[in-house]
Design a protein around this ligand. Structure first.
Ligand code: ADP
Ligand code: 5GP
Length: 193
């Protein structure tokens, strides 16, 4: 059966759980017809990140200007002084290509998008197997300073309290297994009338 397009798949989890790893495993599966929602952020690029691929990197001033201009579907100050948001132009770009939009956003943004799009959206919460493993993954990624790791771990406990509010929860223990579970959930959702 061909997938009905223009649906919204929201992926959320504490930083370091494996959202990006799961999304990169499923993004090119042909029948899911996914298109990644490139968010805007006021933070600087990390490692190999390039503008327009992982994020649209905006200065804090440009980010605020676009907030004022009403260009965001949603935005949040995810970390103190650092904002992330989904541009309406990005939702239109991906759905206009006849694709299903997959977004990697924080817990509050996720619930806001779910509220706005209702049955056209599914919210998926990815859980780490435990806090020690989350710390190991954040360190292993080698992209964050000690300070950033502490900040992300500090926030993880709070973020986990949002899990019951999502449509579904998937534990990322073994990556191929978790990615396959997310793939099945998305396939069922996009094929639903
Ligand atoms: P997020 O996008 O949620 O911040 P990443 O996808 O960047 O997380 O994953 C964080 C780190 O954990 C990466 O180094 C990644 O390779 C690793 N990782 C992801 N999933 C697993 C897993 N199931 N088991 C072990 N390591 C994992
Ligand atoms: P990172 O700095 O590790 O790339 O991302 C930090 C956090 O910002 C992650 O929890 C990610 O899900 C969230 N995030 C990324 N893009 C958006 C967005 O457009 N909106 C919201 N609300 N959160 C986002």
């Amino acid at each position: 059966m061909e997938a009905k397009k223009g649906k919204i798949i929201i992926i959320s989890a504490p930083s370091g759980t494996g959202k990006s790893s799961i999304i990169s495993k499923i993004i090119d599966i042909p029948d899911l017809a996914l298109g990644f929602s490139v968010s805007a952020t006021s933070r600087a690029p990390r490692g190999e990140e390039r503008d327009g691929c992982e994020y649209y990197f905006l200065t804090p001033e440009e980010f605020s200007r676009r907030v004022e201009a009403g260009e965001f579907v949603e935005w949040e100050e995810v970390y103190k002084g650092t904002c992330y948001g989904t541009l309406l132009s990005e939702v239109e770009r991906v759905t206009g290509e006849g694709r299903n939009l997959i977004m990697d956003i924080d817990v509050k943004g996720a619930l806001n998008v779910k509220k706005r799009f209702g049955d056209e959206a599914i919210s998926i919460f990815i859980m780490p197997p435990g806090i020690e493993e989350l710390e190991r993954r954040l360190r292993g990624r080698q992209t964050d300073s000690e300070e950033a790791i502490a900040r992300r771990l500090g926030k993880a406990e709070y973020e986990m309290t949002f899990a019951p509010k999502f449509d579904v929860r998937v534990v990322n223990d073994d990556l191929p297994r978790a990615a396959s579970e997310v793939e099945d959930i998305i396939r069922n959702f996009v094929n639903k009338q």
